[in-house]
Design a protein around this ligand. Structure first.
Ligand code: ATP
Ligand code: MG
Length: 271
């Protein structure tokens, strides 16, 4: 886990500079570059999004930031995550595509498991569980078990569990991609409300351009093979937003155009 105290880093929470990551090819064993000199930063209270095609390296980058995947400094680049609380190490929350709940524990105990493993004082557990279950619209579900909940409700528990540790950075890896579109749409609206109320700092990965524009303050556009950030776009549209707002819609069209020009150029290069 990359760590640092917040000594003079202002409102920066995540700083990735020229980060390169290589993996060995499973067939030949030869190393190939997955992430090529990636730079991005996430500021406190901001919602940053990375959009890129399937397989480009988005999860790899998020896993490196979370400390789940290694980064060999000799490949190049640096990564810093800064703590903005009294905690010595920055707190990192993670929401995956699947809820990944412990099915033999109640909703409340799933959350307590995370709170305890983050070393959060027992005095705060009940308050945190109740507060964040309310925030995701699951008040009263404390004693229920995950398998009695729909996929969307399970994902809400996963979000409540991640928010409850009050992370310096909340990493979200395509958290709505396994939900049906109607449920996903509702979840995006609810997440926007959470952004307005609690102002968490989020780095959110998606391949859904409309979702990125609807939710994010800053969008990093990633190409593939190897992954490079080829453009950054700021979304200066006040919340609450609607997907059909003309500004949102125009930005989505701009992203589509940008992606196709870059990916078409890559296809031509590849012959
Ligand atoms: N541990 C590993 N060893 C070797 N190659 C890997 C490893 N993990 C991922 N890769 C490769 O790195 C590339 C990027 O994978 P990654 O899962 O980060 O992409 P992604 O953008 O998250 O894709 P998706 O949108 O499908 O989730 C892929 O080519 C993948 O096969
Ligand atoms: Mg992925």
């Amino acid at each position: 886990m990359p760590t640092d105290q917040n000594n003079g880093h202002g409102d920066t929470v995540v700083a990735v500079k020229n980060l390169t990551k290589k993996f060995p090819d499973p067939m030949t064993g030869e190393e190939f570059v997955v992430l090529d000199s990636i730079s991005l930063s996430v500021k406190k209270g901001n919602f940053a999004s990375i959009v890129g095609p399937s397989g480009c390296g988005k999860s790899t980058l998020l896993n490196i930031i979370a400390g789940i995947e290694t980064h060999d400094p000799s490949d190049g680049g640096t990564l810093d995550v800064y703590s903005h609380s009294d905690a010595a190490e920055p707190r990192v929350g993670y929401v995956f595509q699947n809820a990944r709940l412990l099915n033999w524990l109640t909703v409340e105990d799933n959350m307590i498991f995370a709170l305890e493993s983050q070393g959060i004082s027992k005095d705060l557990w009940k308050e945190r569980v109740d507060k964040y279950l309310d925030m995701v619209g699951l008040e009263g579900q404390q004693k229920n078990y995950p398998l009695n909940l729909s996929g969307g409700m399970q994902q809400r528990v996963a979000i409540a569990r991640a928010l409850a540790i009050e992370p310096d950075i909340l990493l979200m890896d395509e958290p709505f991609s396994h939900l049906d579109e109607i449920t996903a749409r509702k979840m995006r609206f609810d997440l926007m409300q959470i952004l307005m109320d609690a102002k968490p700092t989020i780095l959110f990965i998606t391949h859904d351009l409309g979702e990125a524009v609807f939710l994010a303050d800053n969008i990093y556009m990633m190409s593939t093979k190897p992954a490079r950030i080829f453009k950054q776009i700021d979304v200066d549209v006040p919340r609450p937003r609607k997907p059909e707002d003309p500004e949102i819609f125009d930005l989505e069209k701009e992203l589509v155009r940008e992606f196709f020009s870059v990916l078409d150029a890559q296809l031509l290069e590849d012959g």
